[in-house]
Structures are given as structure tokens and as C-alpha cells.
Design a binder for this molecule. Structure first.
Ligand code: 13P
Ligand code: SF4
Length: 382
């Protein structure tokens, strides 16, 4: 497990990542106040002009979003990285797999940086190549060559490469239904990595019953249930998101009592029972659009990263009522590692031609990973 939770009663008040590398940021950046850091960042952006493109995921802190040229969900940002042909320097304020994806999709002459190398993703880290190779061998020997792998974009470049080499595709939470539908139509069993919840919720929406789903327990390297009579249509890797697993049925029941008019919106990385008991589930982008399109006076309770929910609350303060589905849930600890000192340090390094925050996927991995991403884009176009 990556995270230690600090509890107060039954409330989570803090999450800690256990596997951090030594943060190389010089101490002086941490000692500067926010005003000085903002000034530094603003000056560096002016100096770099069009050569710089700052991308930020919707779960980033407000102080970082303030400096982003573009904000978006995983799909929007991947497409943005592929489209931008001007900027020599792309600073990705997100997590490691996002910067890797941007590097794979951008041109060779473009440099992609992650301001803090410790900004990983606990879900992506639940699927490593070695475990996948063992799982693949065992599953092929059980079911024959009838398996098609799909990987959520929230995975390492190595996992994307494996999927690309084996005829599969990448997916995002926005296009999950389209890509899983395509995969189910290939008359093969689908191995879905690494988020079991997104896989289960999407397959169920497409009509796959729970009895036709099995889970691959990557720690024990076995299928659950193990009964060979259960011929699963979809095999779900036993991964999950540390943020979205914090929402539960109690949160929903309580919200229904305290705010009976609230529509409950949750991200499909939440558990099956949470998604089934919510009013609507959808990607980060779908949640934002639903709130934006709702009439004045609408009431929502949202189950996703609280940085985003807080921003939506502020934006619609005077016209819509927005509640945190779980006020005490931690927002993504690794996304939150990117803050003003790391962004300012990254920009100074770019100005000094120092590439220590650069994320570079090796050529061989990038070429295979690109196949899984291109397959995804091809399915979306068809
Ligand atoms: P989306 O941005 O695709 O909704 O995914 C949410 C997430 O967990 C990003 O890490
Ligand atoms: Fe990973 Fe969840 Fe954080 Fe997204 S929100 S980066 S899936 S831990």
C-alpha cells in the first residue's frame, strides 16, 4: 500500500505517501512566500512566451491552476499535448503517467517536465510490467489466446506499451464506454487494467452481468473467483484510486437525508455500489459539464477530488448549491505535491537549460505505448 491514512474517529484527515524519493528542490524555493513565487512564475512565463505551455489537470490546487495555459481531464490534456506544435517546453502539472503520455504524444524536439518527480499515481503503481507478464502467462494458459488487454490512461508507459504490443487500446474515463464496447465486440475476454472500478462500472453499463466479471488479484497472482466454470467476459485488475475509494454508501445515505434535493454525481473510479446508488456517474469533464449546464438553483453533491469540487463550489456560489459528497476525503496527495515552489523551480531550471525535471519515455516503450493510444483515438473516430 502506498498510503497511510491518519484517522480522527472514523474521519480521514490526512494521507501520506510512503515511497517518496528525496525531493531535490532547493530550500530557498520553500522559504519564499507566495507573492514572491507568483512574481517569479509570472516573469518566467513572460520571458519564455510561446515556447512554454503549462498544462494542469482539474485536480490541481487553485494556486497552480491560476498559471495554467490549459486545464482539463486526462483525455483533454492528452489530446492537447498531441496538438500543441509550438511549445518547446511543456510543464505538466499533473502526475507522472500524464507527463509520460504527453511525452509520447508530443514531438521529439518538445520537452515535457513534471515539476515534482514524486507526483506519481498510486493506482498506476498497482500495475507493474513484471506482475502483468506473470498474469498474462497464467491467463493465456487458462483461457488460450483469447484475451484482449485494455489499459486506463492512468497507467505507466510500460503497461501501455504491453497493451499496444498485444493489440489492445488505452482508455480514459471520458471514452471508457466506447472503447470497452469495441473490445467486447472483438469476441475475446477483456483484461482491464489497472482500475477494477472503472472496468466494472463501464462493463456493467454495457450489459455485462457481475457473474461474468472476475478480478485478477495481482498480489496472489490468481483469479477471483478461481472456478474455471465461471468464464469471465472481463477480467479486472485489482487496482483502485486512493481518492475515489474514499466515497461510500454512508456518504450517500447521509446526503440523501441532509440534502434530499441534491443530485449525487460521482466519478466512475468510485466503487460499484457508490456508482449504482448515485444519480449520475461520469468523468471529471462530465461532472463539470453537468454542473455548468444545470439550471440556476440546482443542488449537487459531488464525489470526486475535493480540489475540483471546491473550485466548482466557488465558481457557482451565487447560483447553484454544491456539496462535497465526503467533506473529509483527502484530495489526491500526489497531485497536491505540485505547488508554487515546484513550479517556480521548474521554470527557473528551464530558463537555465537544466532539464532535471524532464520526463522522457525510452524510444522502444514510447513506440509501443503510442500504438495503444493511437488505437484509442482510432476507436473514438470510428
Ligand atoms: P479523468 O481526468 O479522466 O476524469 O481521471 C480522473 C483521475 O483520477 C485522474 O488521475
Ligand atoms: Fe491516481 Fe486517483 Fe490521484 Fe488520479 S486521483 S492521480 S487515479 S490516485
Amino acid at each position: 500500500m502506498w498510503y497511510n491514512k491518519v484517522m480522527k474517529g472514523n474521519q480521514i484527515i490526512e494521507c501520506h505517501d510512503q515511497n517518496l524519493k528525496v525531493d531535490k528542490i532547493p530550500k530557498n524555493y520553500l522559504e519564499l512566500g507566495n507573492d514572491a513565487l507568483r512574481e517569479k512564475i509570472t516573469t518566467a512565463r513572460k520571458t519564455l512566451g510561446d515556447k512554454l505551455y503549462i498544462m494542469a489537470h482539474h485536480y490541481q490546487k487553485d494556486e497552480v491552476v491560476e498559471f495554467a495555459d490549459v486545464t482539463g481531464d486526462s483525455l483533454y490534456l492528452s489530446m492537447g499535448a498531441a496538438k500543441n506544435k509550438n511549445a518547446e517546453h511543456i510543464i505538466f502539472c499533473g502526475v507522472h503517467f500524464m507527463a509520460e503520455t504527453a511525452d509520447i504524444l508530443s514531438e521529439d524536439w518538445q520537452n515535457v517536465y513534471l515539476p515534482d518527480e514524486n507526483a506519481g499515481c498510486s493506482m498506476a503503481d498497482m500495475a507493474n510490467l513484471g506482475d502483468l507478464q506473470i498474469a498474462w502467462e497464467k491467463l493465456l494458459s487458462k483461457f488460450g489466446a483469447t484475451i484482449l488487454p485494455l489499459t486506463y490512461v492512468n497507467s505507466t508507459a510500460q503497461i501501455k506499451a504491453f497493451v499496444g504490443e498485444n493489440g489492445g487500446a488505452c482508455i480514459t474515463s471520458t471514452n471508457a464506454k466506447t472503447v470497452v464496447k469495441w473490445a467486447l465486440e472483438q469476441n475475446k475476454k477483456v483484461l482491464f487494467l489497472p482500475d477494477q472500478h472503472l472496468g466494472r462500472n463501464t462493463a456493467y453499463e454495457l450489459g455485462v452481468v457481475l457473474d461474468k466479471m472476475a478480478v485478477w488479484d495481482y498480489k496472489k497472482q490468481e483469479l477471483v473467483p478461481q472456478n474455471a466454470e465461471v468464464a469471465p467476459e472481463i477480467i479486472l485488475w485489482d487496482g483502485y484510486c486512493s481518492v475515489h475509494q474514499q466515497f461510500n454508501l454512508n456518504n450517500i445515505e447521509r446526503m440523501r437525508v441532509e440534502n434530499p434535493t441534491a443530485q449525487i454525481l460521482v466519478h466512475p473510479e468510485c466503487s460499484f455500489e457508490v456508482v449504482q446508488n448515485a444519480d449520475l456517474s461520469g468523468s471529471t469533464n462530465k461532472i463539470i459539464e453537468t454542473v455548468a449546464d444545470a439550471p440556476r438553483g440546482s443542488v449537487f453533491a459531488i464525489g470526486t477530488d475535493n480540489n475540483l469540487v471546491g473550485r466548482l463550489r466557488q465558481k457557482y456560489e451565487s447560483e447553484k448549491e454544491i456539496h462535497f459528497l465526503n467533506f473529509y476525503s483527502c484530495s489526491c496527495a500526489t497531485m497536491n505535491r505540485i505547488h508554487l515552489p515546484h513550479l517556480a523551480w521548474n521554470l527557473d531550471n528551464v530558463l537555465d537549460n537544466n532539464h532535471q525535471q524532464k520526463i522522457e519515455v525510452d524510444k522502444k516503450t514510447a513506440t509501443s505505448a503510442l500504438r495503444s493510444l493511437e488505437k484509442m483515438f482510432e476507436i473514438m473516430r470510428s
